[in-house]
Design a binder for this molecule. Structure first.
Ligand SMILES: C[S@@+](CC[C@H](N)C(=O)[O-])C[C@H]1O[C@@H](n2cnc3c(N)ncnc32)[C@H](O)[C@@H]1O
Length: 214
């Protein structure tokens, strides 16, 4: 299943408030510099075109959303779309989530971390390239506040099972807590573009949450 080319960005839209490259993320972490306030933080890793970032930041104006996407064009487009919708509580970062977590986020700094449909890296010898690995799962646990939630969805059952095993073996996160499918009320009423694609193709989606103990 290939991806369509992204629409052109209108050069008159200033999206500098909603998009930055990894080296511009403040170190030490300073949410006020990015969002102009301190609010409960949610982080998404691997945002693609940013549907979740747009819908979640609109639905939860009291939370701040930081999206990390390694593909420059997608991160830029997602930031541009946030700017077009005038969002002040959501920022896209072009970068590698696995590098940014240890460099940027303090312990217990996020109420939720979202990982939706990470690249499956199907071949066994490529599994080590998967975003969900031992080191990153421990970073997720460290960055979540007590009671914070990891949202992990995938269409690959074997990746789902591997992640459950990984989290049980290397973290104290509790789960998987099952998440039910919700009927879509309009054509973009899906958690992400990949969820939309899987459901339109009648493919399974494995949805879960894991909670950091208090
Ligand atoms: C299969 S796509 C899913 C996109 C989106 N989450 C969705 O569900 O529609 C996986 C995305 O993760 C991004 N990605 C892969 N590794 C990453 C990393 N280490 N840090 C940030 N993004 C990453 C890829 O560029 C790609 O856009």
């Amino acid at each position: 299943m290939g991806r369509k080319a992204l629409p052109k960005l209108n050069p008159s839209v200033d999206f500098s408030r909603n998009f930055l490259t990894a080296e511009k993320v403040p170190r030490p972490w300073d949410p006020e510099a990015l969002f102009g306030r301190v609010a409960p933080l949610e982080i998404e890793v691997g945002c693609g075109k940013g549907l979740f970032m747009r819908t979640a930041s609109e639905a939860n104006p009291d939370h701040d959303f930081l999206g990390i996407e390694i593909a420059y064009k997608y991160s830029e487009y997602a930031g541009y779309r946030l700017a077009k919708e005038g969002r002040t509580n959501a920022v896209m970062v072009h970068g590698d989530g696995q590098k940014l977590f240890p460099e940027v986020f303090p312990d217990a700094s996020a109420v939720a971390i979202h990982v939706y449909f990470p690249d499956p890296w199907w071949k066994k010898r490529h599994h080590r390239r998967r975003v969900m690995n031992e080191t990153f799962s421990q970073q997720i646990e460290r960055v979540l506040v007590p009671g914070g939630i990891l949202h992990f969805w995938t269409d690959v059952e074997e990746y789902f099972d591997m992640t459950v095993e990984l989290l049980h073996a290397h973290t104290k996160l509790e789960g998987p807590i099952e998440v039910n499918e919700r009927p879509a009320e309009h054509d973009l009423d899906y958690r992400t573009h990949f969820e939309r694609r899987m459901r339109k193709n009648e493919l399974d989606v494995f949805r879960s949450q894991f909670r950091k103990p208090q």
